[in-house]
Design a protein. Structure first.
Length: 314
């Protein structure tokens, strides 16, 4: 299920150590719902076409210098019209002080007024980056997410297939756990998915017959990681003697999550197969493919050349 997320303005203030020059009556209830911010340059000049009042508004040297050349009455009219749009908050950068007229209109329309000592471009970039991650589209999938040789492996399959047991074996081999049972996946760009664990079950693994274990306490803090990119989906299925499995690795499978296609492989398991070793090889092989080397293609080309040469000698 795809959810819509928001960030409390209060959390944004705490994250970036912003100073609250004026807190609106509903300050604790205000939530930011869009990842973009805006500098209201044109709006100060009276042009409000295409103005987006859902965005956090940020003013710096340019805007404050322009306002400084206006009379007090003009500034009052400018801020009266601007604050009437009831955006989440106005942030003034570079440790600049708000005009008395700005403060007066902020109080009139009950709009939060913030300050920061950071340069305008720096705080804009930081806030946009933060909001992109916090507001990213996301879904939750059943599975296990592990970091193996730097690759994020999303293990999927029916319950009881041994995903958690494979995760514990990988932990013993020095790899890291991101999430077990439920994986929260966020789309942070057009081609990148990041996976993490819901806060409630973070660092925990459930093993049938043993129960729930705390990986951070049992294996150490080096065995866990808060989030990782999803690089490969590994679908674990029971062995079917009548099914046809890819022997060479030429068949390309993908799973589409949030509109992003992620490479996928299907691993049939039977008692006795060392799933942890298979997953390590899958991770290394996926890294090689991303670096431009595909062993299956190379092997096929060698075989074709061999048959061509053999045929030519007959």
């Amino acid at each position: 299920m795809l959810d819509t997320y928001s960030v409390p303005l209060k959390k944004l203030v705490e994250e970036f150590s912003l100073e609250v020059a004026f807190a609106s009556a509903d300050f604790d209830a205000i939530r930011v719902t869009v990842e973009d911010v805006a500098r209201p340059g044109l709006q100060l000049a009276g042009y409000f076409d295409h103005f987006e009042p859902m965005r956090l508004q940020i003013m710096g040297n340019a805007e404050m210098s322009y306002l400084g050349k206006r009379t007090a009455q003009e500034r009052l009219q400018i801020f009266d019209r601007l604050f009437a749009y009831k955006f989440p908050a106005l942030l003034i950068a570079r440790d600049l002080l708000p005009d008395p007229q700005c403060l007066e209109m902020a109080k009139k329309y009950n709009v939060t007024l913030l300050r920061t000592h950071e340069p305008t471009s720096t705080i804009i970039s930081a806030i946009i980056t933060y909001l992109k991650a916090a507001l990213a589209p996301r879904i939750t999938r059943h599975g296990v997410l592990m970091e193996v040789y730097g690759e994020g492996l999303l293990l999927t399959g029916d319950s009881g297939m041994g995903k958690s047991e494979a995760a514990v074996e990988l932990l013993k081999r020095g790899h890291r756990l991101i999430a077990d049972d439920a994986v929260e996946i966020r789309k942070i760009s057009g081609h990148t998915l990041m996976g993490t664990a819901p806060e409630l079950i973070r660092n925990y693994v459930e093993m049938r017959g043993i129960g729930v274990i705390n990986v951070a306490k049992l294996f150490g803090m080096g065995a866990v990681k808060s989030e990782n990119e999803v690089n490969l989906v590994v679908n674990i299925v029971p062995w079917d003697a009548h099914a046809v499995y890819d022997r060479l690795g030429l068949e390309e499978q993908h799973m589409e999550l949030l509109g992003v296609k992620i490479p996928m492989i299907t691993i049939p398991i039977t008692p006795g197969r060392n799933l942890a070793v298979i997953l390590e090889v899958a991770a290394m092989n996926n890294r090689q493919k991303k670096m431009g080397y595909n062993a299956a293609v190379e092997f096929t080309e060698r075989m074709n050349r061999h048959f061509d040469e053999t045929t030519g000698q007959v």
